[in-house]
Ligand binder design. Structure first.
Ligand code: NAP
Length: 309
């Protein structure tokens, strides 16, 4: 740990998500005392971590000083939390996560997605403003599609679908290019960047280490599950109808017909500025490293019953 951050506490909001899964041990290994924040009670895996159960919609950040904040929770919560910090400021540095959805979903056919984009853009601007007013050095990371801890709604969902139905449907060829990024590479980016002054008051797009088509990504999931790829091309109208019906089931509520439009679009971002400024070098997408749960999930059962069973 660089000298000026010795004795600094790492505050991690959104500690239960897929980036937090890898970031907490990385921060401990880097010598930080770690305070993890979540609405959930302390999990058995949180050894050596101080756990604070807080709802950041209504409760303030703990004023522990000096601290660095790694904000993995929704970005929209952050500007208000920073504006309300007491003086003298306990937090000297913030790394927060936005998303490349800011660019890829800006003209989505789904109004909900456009609303999310607006929310992210507004939050990024508000974060820069409050940090400039309060003189906190900020960095925003905008990842592409995240995978690696078995907690995502992309790769893990594809895997669960394949395990349940034995095939995966694609619109036309599924030729759109993707750069899935491993959650552990994002956790590493946090540790690489926090002390690098070149990263202060800047945003970076963080894509994964390999560019592949949506179809190749799905094939990778089949291989990871030890199955030969069975991909079926479905006509657009039929696919959209299927998604509309499936959205009535809890496990499919995150699906949107707009996702189908994107299956054949390239969603690619250059991460060279991050490599130049703090040595970001994400791994390639590999079937052996998808973090998938070996236990098949029944997508047709409600989530609560799954958890209970
Ligand atoms: N998933 C992707 O592919 C993707 C792609 C690009 C960017 N991102 C961005 O990357 C970050 C991580 O994404 P993710 O998909 O791993 O996680 P996520 O599902 O967005 O994680 C949200 C986290 O925030 C916490 N949280 C939510 N509301 C809270 C509240 N009121 N008070 C306290 N904690 C709260 C949740 O923790 P508890 O439920 O434990 O409280 C959870 O750990 C997010 O900023 C996301 O926007 C994600």
């Amino acid at each position: 740990m660089p000298a000026h951050f010795t004795q600094t506490i790492a505050l991690v909001t959104g500690a239960t998500n897929q980036i937090g899964h890898f970031l907490l041990p990385r921060l401990q290994a880097a010598g930080f005392r770690v305070i993890a924040i979540s609405r959930a009670p302390i999990p058995p895996s949180a050894q050596g971590i101080m756990w604070q159960q807080l709802d950041l919609n209504t409760q303030a950040l703990p004023p522990v000083a000096p601290s660095i904040l790694f904000h993995l929770a929704p970005l929209s919560l952050l500007p208000k939390l920073l504006a309300e910090l007491p003086n003298p400021l306990p937090i000297q540095r913030v790394i927060a996560f936005s998303s490349t959805s800011c660019f890829t979903k800006v003209s989505s056919s789904d109004p909900k997605e456009r609303e999310i984009v607006q929310g992210l853009n507004d939050a990024e601007l508000a974060l820069a403003k409050v940090c400039s007013e309060r003189q906190i050095a900020w960095t925003v990371f905008r990842p592409t599609l995240i995978y690696g801890a078995g907690k995502d709604k992309n790769i893990s969902f594809i895997a669960q679908f394949i395990q349940r139905f034995g095939f995966f449907p694609l619109l036309a060829g599924g030729e759109g290019l993707r750069q899935p990024v491993h959650a552990d590479d994002l956790a590493a980016a946090c540790v690489q960047a926090y002390a690098e002054e070149a990263t202060y008051n800047r945003a970076y797009n963080l894509s994964g280490g390999q560019t592949l088509s949506y179809r190749e990504m799905v094939e990778g999931v089949f291989y990871s599950l030890g199955k030969p790829p069975r991909i079926i091309s479905i006509p657009a109208q039929l696919f959209k109808l299927g998604v509309k019906i499936a959205r009535n089931l809890p496990r499919f509520q995150h699906l949107s017909p707009a996702m189908l439009d994107r299956m054949n679009q390239d969603l690619c971002f250059d991460h060279k500025p991050a490599t130049d400024d703090f040595g970001y070098r994400p791994r390639p997408f590999h079937a052996s490293d998808l973090g998938l749960s070996p236990k098949p999930v029944n997508l047709l059962r409600p989530k609560s019953k799954q958890n209970a069973g």
